[in-house]
Ligand binder design. Structure first.
Ligand code: NOJ
Length: 501
């Protein structure tokens, strides 16, 4: 009798679980359509990858070592599965397989990155490697021959190790070294590449790399070196932008932006000051100096970090000052804002000191937390909050005079099932957010799924799958297999609408 009762109870629980699972996305990962159900004709749909995460061939054809090669080789325990990207999806040898997937998807653009250590193996111009240049020429030519617009990122975390030896992003010399490398890329590829991102997600390599010691170069000078890394990144970006405008623009007519990552913030108590602080310490860190009318770092950061620094007994702020000259060089130094959006948070002012002393967290002085009803993906940080994308796009429109925005990344990760309905719900609701924003006057011109294929997800190794296409990592041919989401995305691209699932 007892057995029977528990059996039926178990079925009951199971049924409820199934219902909840089915209902979860309907309720929490859905966004109501507002306005025109069709994207504008010239709206561009694409997919994204980055060099280190997919290329493999880490020591072939003259490529130099990057800090991620060094890190994964020396400290395999820092990766969940002790993996590295020595081979990864082997795109260096298998670009044709990636191209076949791009063609099947019918994407309008493909965003990928150039590995600095393939072009300059030591990071310096003296080490120029023609084979690396040839490889990207081939990729770009094949994309263009197939009507796919290349969107190229110049830096996506894989800094040449030799540059790190003298400080990497903590040394202002990085500014000129980056500009020299950027010039090499403009000279070799700029006749065909018309959309460039200088850097990808600076917060995401400066904080874990220079403050928290989780990423290479594993420095934990929190509250000091992370800010220096951001400052040098920003200056390198602006210097590359100005160089492009003065030396290449007249002939090449391309656009330059930077891929910035940010969450949007909400408040349970309608604390607008906390929300504004959240935006200033995240998106605003680099978007305010470039896109605001006044330029310079966001006021909340300038004031807090200056006053905390003095309290700590320092003679000046840990946040570098943007003097008049740099402020002007940086202001307006982008033709579009690249936005990597994945998730959002609620925010409130911290009730006790956050993080270490000093640190970005301590200066920030806010507690950001997810709403417990939000649906979570595989990683601890990824909750589905499509309204956050719509709201951040409106924030950019209102704060910065409606600049062009290309959504350079958005995606969902899971265990890798081919029947990936959750990913479909995620991308559909986020494309709805982009469309709602367009219908509300935001100048959003493109949307990009991260990622085309499964790849090396940094410290998560290969345990988190982000691909529209699965990659058989165990097979010598590394076959790419479309997931259900790839088929859905293709329908979106074909119709420029969001068909029901
Ligand atoms: C942002 C990064 O640009 C990319 O490298 C990473 O794989 C995705 N987010 C997913 O975490």
């Amino acid at each position: 009798m007892w057995l029977f009762a528990s059996f039926f109870a178990a079925i009951g629980i199971l049924a409820t679980t199934i219902n909840v699972t089915e209902a979860k996305f309907d309720y929490h990962c859905n966004l109501t359509a507002k306005g025109n159900p069709k994207f504008p004709d010239n709206f561009s749909f694409g997919v994204s990858t980055s060099a280190y995460q997919i290329e493999g061939a880490w020591n072939e054809d003259g490529r130099g070592e990057s800090i991620w090669d060094e890190f994964t080789h020396k400290f395999p325990d820092m990766m969940d599965d002790r993996s590295n990207a020595d081979v990864a999806a082997d795109s260096y040898h298998r670009f044709d397989q990636d191209l076949a997937a791009l063609k099947e998807l019918k994407v309008n653009h493909y965003r990928f990155s150039i590995a600095w250590p393939r072009i300059y193996p030591t990071g310096d111009i003296s080490s120029k490697n023609q084979k690396g240049i040839d490889y990207y020429n081939k990729v770009i030519d094949k994309l263009i021959a197939n009507g796919i617009t290349p969107i190229v990122t110049l830096f996506h975390y894989d800094l040449p190790s030799e540059i790190q030896k003298f400080g990497g992003f903590a040394n202002p010399l990085i500014i000129n070294m980056f500009v020299t490398y950027a010039i090499e890329c403009f000279e070799n590829f700029g006749d065909r590449v018309k959309i460039w991102n200088t850097f990808n997600e600076p917060i995401d390599y400066c904080k874990p790399g220079y403050a928290d010691a989780n990423y290479p170069p594993q420095i934990n000078a929190h509250g000091v070196a992370d800010y220096l890394c951001m400052d040098h990144t920003l200056k390198a970006h602006a210097a590359a932008y100005r160089t492009y405008r003065s030396r290449f623009y007249e002939k090449q007519r391309g656009k330059i932006g930077m891929a910035l990552n940010s969450r949007f913030f909400y408040s349970h108590t309608n604390d607008q000051e906390a929300i504004s602080r959240g935006m200033q310490f995240n998106l605003g860190f680099l978007s305010h100096p470039i896109f605001s009318k006044t330029g310079g770092y966001p006021p909340a950061m300038v004031e807090t970090i200056h006053s905390n620094s003095l309290k700590e007994g320092r003679i000046s702020s840990r946040l570098p000052r943007l003097d008049g000259k740099w402020k002007e060089i940086i202001k307006g130094s982008a033709d579009f804002l690249g936005l990597n959006y994945y998730t959002s948070r609620y925010i409130k002012r911290a009730s006790e000191p956050m993080g270490e002393n000093p640190s970005w967290d301590r200066d920030y002085d806010c507690d950001a937390y997810p709403d417990e009803t939000w649906v979570r993906g595989k990683p601890f940080w990824l909750y589905c909050v499509p309204e956050g994308l719509e709201d951040i796009l409106k924030y950019i429109r209102d704060q910065y005079g409606n600049p062009e925005v290309i959504i350079t990344e958005n995606g969902w990760s899971d265990d890798g099932d081919l029947e990936d309905d959750d990913r479909i719900h995620f991308i559909k609701s986020h494309m709805q957010a982009a469309l709602n924003a367009v219908n509300d006057g935001c100048n959003v011109t493109g949307y990009t799924v991260w990622s085309l294929i499964d790849n090396f997800e940094w410290q998560r190794g290969y345990t988190n799958k982000f691909g529209l296409y699965a990659v058989n990592l165990n097979s010598p041919n590394k076959e790419r297999t479309p997931r259900k989401s790839a088929k859905y995305y293709r329908k979106v691209i074909e119709t420029k609408t969001l068909p029901s699932i």
